[in-house]
Design a protein around this ligand. Sequence first.
Ligand code: AMP
Ligand code: TRP
Length: 335
Amino acid sequence: MDQPQNRVFSGVQPTGNLHLGNYLGAIRNFVGLQETHECIYCVVDMHAITVWQDPKELAANTREVAAAYIASGIDPERHIVFNQSKVSAHAELAWILNCVVRIGWLNRMTQFKDKAGKDREKASVGLYTYPVLMAADILAYRATHVPVGEDQKQHLELARDTAQKFNNDFDAPDFFPQPEPLIMGEATRVMSLRDGTKKMSKSDPSDLSRITMRDSADDIAKKIRKAQTDPDPLPEDVKGLEGRPGADNLVGIYAALSDKTKAQVLAEFSGAQFSVFKPALADLAVEKLSPITNEMKRLMDDRAYIDTILEKGAERARAIADPVLARVREIVGFI
Ligand code: AMP
Ligand code: TRP
């Protein structure tokens, strides 16, 4: 079985409130890989249900992530866009890998601890084995590269360990490649606009904490105006951002949106007050995000189009994953 050298896989959960962190940390980087890689972009609805999702909202959010991919510039004709639950290989491989991964590995996962909270006994079993399903997503396509935000680094290490242990246990050297994480850009971890020490997240109770991919120009400007900062002007260099999480976050967002480094942004705004920098950032954010938001809205109104993309994408995904699964079954000894 041929091993492609440049196959990308990544996913985003359809859990609502798609935000600037999802865009800068992940989706925007997905777009850039299309020229050089064969890309498979998944809406991971099976991951979403590891915490409760209202069924109607799940369906709408699944279409919204697909629309966000396409509106951001992913070409669903040249590459593959689909939702996870349509391709049974993910669930099937996840089971087999559940028998490869060790409980001790999962016990070290920090995202489970964060998401399960204090009452861990009440978390779903799916939330606990979530990283195994993620490893299955990647390995079912024998993907070589995985673009993600910083917060997924530990899960990717687990996917690499899983690939290696499977190959060793079953004496199938090089069957699964070691997927390389691609954590790219100046905004691999976008922070909350209300608290620069917390990650921007879909589940933060404060709407002001995140810029979403649905926000109007006015919403974006308001949220940036209200973003938590400090009274000092912007420093000359990146070192001057240390201990200033709110400032650091806004400079990082500006850098990512303008395709510059933080150092270049500071060279331009050194000594500026936030009363000058925030409006400049708001203008930039509106300029970059509004066309995507508008295109997403247009696509969301064309449900038949989105559903056809997902259906065709799933067919093409199955054509890659099913033969891999057939080989896995043989390797494991299933008859
Ligand atoms: P999720 O919404 O958890 O499915 O995340 C989808 C993608 O967005 C993953 O690659 C995450 O690493 C990335 N991501 C989520 N939150 C952030 C953030 N605050 N900053 C940068 N990347 C993020
Ligand atoms: N766990 C990822 C997140 O929440 C989403 C995801 C699921 C994923 N499967 C994946 C990312 C496979 C990359 C590759 O962000």
